[in-house]
Design a protein. Structure first.
Length: 200
């Protein structure tokens, strides 16, 4: 297949890493911000931004609160999708696949890498639940600052999700709206990839 330049190679994770490296140099902030889509029990879609923290050999990882709305929807469906869009590069990557928790040493390590305030914030916030006031939240932060100390452990209700894709599409802006699109698909995350060029 005629697929050179920015689409070169058969490993979609290598392409994603290479595009991310370019975006890190060209985006004004948060080049790793992804719009993460889930569906609720009624099939109603939901979407919000999260930060993509790892592009692994065969999966993508982000972190959140396991009690949050998104976590409930991810775990209800066992599936999620996300899109990355870089305005500076005029490119997007779309990903769909199966989800599982990352709540082992890798999650501990990422949690430990965050600032102390962020680590304590994770303890204090009941993400997605109603909050009576900002003051209440700050009082919760003050409480955990005392009870958890300077080296808080990762909260059991906070950790990662690993998305194992069955579909990854790379899109790059082309002249006269004749964009380039290449899609990697596989039936399950255990299968090998097929690659197709798509009409714009
Ligand atoms: C740029 C950006 C990055 C964000 N990153 C995260 C993140 O990594 N994890 C997270 O839980 N929420 C993140 N948020 C907040 C989410 O968008 C969302 O408000 C929150 O997770 C609650 O979503 P939910 O109620 O659907 O679970 C981010 C928001 C923005 C705008």
């Amino acid at each position: 297949m005629d697929r050179g330049g920015i689409f070169a190679g058969d490993d979609p994770f290598a392409i994603a890493r290479s595009w991310m490296a370019e975006a890190e140099a060209s985006e004004i902030n948060d080049p790793n911000a992804i719009a993460l889509a889930t569906v609720d029990a009624q099939g109603l879609p939901n979407v919000r931004m999260v930060l993509l923290k790892e592009i692994e050999a065969d999966a993508f990882v982000f972190y959140t609160n396991y009690g949050s709305k998104k976590a409930q929807e991810i775990e209800g469906a066992g599936k999620a999708a996300f899109v990355l869009h870089w305005k500076s590069l005029r490119r997007q990557i779309r990903v769909r696949g199966m989800t599982e928790r990352e709540e082992g040493p890798q999650a501990d390590e990422y949690y430990a890498s965050r600032s102390l305030k962020s680590r304590l914030g994770a303890w204090a916030s009941k993400q997605s639940e109603p909050l009576s006031s900002r003051e209440y939240l700050m009082a919760e932060v003050a409480k955990v600052t005392v009870t958890k100390g300077a080296h808080p452990p990762r909260p059991p209700f906070w950790g990662g999700f690993r998305l194992r894709p069955v579909e990854i599409e790379f899109w790059a802006d082309g002249a006269f709206r004749l964009h380039d699109r290449f899609r990697w698909t596989r039936e399950t995350p255990l299968d090998s990839w097929g690659i197709q060029r798509l009409n714009p």
